[in-house]
Ligand binder design. Structure first.
Ligand SMILES: N[C@@H](CCC(=O)N[C@@H](CS)C(=O)NCC(=O)O)C(=O)O
Length: 219
C-alpha cells in the first residue's frame, strides 16, 4: 500500500495520476497550504525534513521528489511506465522526466515569484522596481521559457504521448508543468502542447486520480 501525502494545488497531483496508471493500492492524505503564505503546513515537516509535497510512504519509508517517486513506483510495481534500460525509449523517458523539474519548471517558478514580488512593491518605487524586474526576466528567464516552449511544442508534433503509445513517467512528470502553463493561458500559440493537456485530462486514469484527490481534499 502506497500513501500519497498531497498538498492542494501542487505537484502531488501528478503522483495521484502515477498511482492510477500503476494500478496499485494507495491512499491519499491531504494537507492544506497556509492561506496567507501558500506554504505547506508544519505537519509535512514532521513527515520529512523538506516539508514539501509530494511525499510518499511505502514499506515504512517516506521520501520526497516527484522524479524519484516516479522511478520508484515504476520499478516496484509498474514497469510499463518506464521502458527497459538501454533502449532509446528509456533515454527519452528519462530525459523528459528530468527535464520537467530540471529545466522546464524553474524559470516558470521564478516568473511566478517575481510577479508576486511586483504586486508587493510600494507604489512610489514601482516604475524603478518594475524596470529592474523586467531586466532580470528578459536577461535570462523569459528566454529560457520561450526556448522550452518551442522545444516541447516541436517535439509533441504528431505525438499522443511523449514516448511510445501509452503514458510513461515522462508524461507524469511533464503533466504538472504543462497543465500549469495551460491554466495560466500561456499556450495560445502552442497547439500541440494545448492538445496534449486536453487529451491527458480526458483519460480515465487522470479523471480517476483527480476525483480521488478531490474526495481526499473534502473529506
Ligand atoms: N522538485 C520537487 C518540488 C517540491 C515542491 O517544491 N513542492 C511544492 C508544491 S508544488 C511545495 O511543497 N511547496 C510548499 C512549500 O514550499 O512550503 C518535486 O518535484 O517533488
Amino acid at each position: 500500500m502506497f500513501t500519497l501525502h498531497h498538498l492542494n494545488d501542487s505537484r502531488s497531483q501528478r503522483i495521484a495520476w502515477l498511482l492510477e496508471l500503476a494500478d496499485v493500492e494507495y491512499e491519499i492524505k491531504s494537507y492544506r497550504r497556509d492561506p496567507k503564505t501558500s506554504l505547506a503546513p508544519e505537519e509535512l515537516k514532521r513527515l520529512h525534513p523538506l516539508g514539501t509535497a509530494p511525499l510518499i510512504t511505502h514499506n515504512g519509508v517516506t521520501f520526497a521528489e516527484s522524479g524519484a517517486i516516479c522511478e520508484y513506483v515504476a520499478m516496484q510495481s509498474a514497469q510499463q511506465l518506464m521502458p527497459d534500460h538501454g533502449t532509446t525509449a528509456y533515454i527519452h523517458t528519462s530525459f523528459w522526466s528530468h527535464y520537467a523539474e530540471g529545466s522546464f519548471l524553474p524559470p516558470l517558478v521564478t516568473a511566478m515569484v517575481i510577479n508576486k514580488a511586483r504586486a508587493r512593491v510600494p507604489f512610489f518605487i514601482k516604475p524603478i522596481a518594475n524596470k529592474l524586474l523586467d531586466a532580470i526576466m528578459n536577461a535570462y528567464f523569459n528566454k529560457a521559457i520561450q526556448r522550452n516552449f518551442l522545444f516541447t511544442e516541436k517535439y509533441l508534433e504528431n505525438k499522443t504521448w511523449l514516448v511510445g503509445n501509452s503514458p510513461t513517467i515522462a508524461d507524469v512528470q511533464m503533466s504538472f508543468a504543462l497543465e500549469a502553463v495551460y491554466d495560466a493561458g500561456r499556450l495560445e500559440k502552442f497547439p500541440n502542447m494545448r492538445n496534449y493537456v486536453e487529451r491527458l485530462r480526458t483519460t480515465e486514469s487522470f479523471i480517476n486520480a483527480m476525483a480521488k484527490l478531490k474526495d481526499a481534499e473534502t473529506a
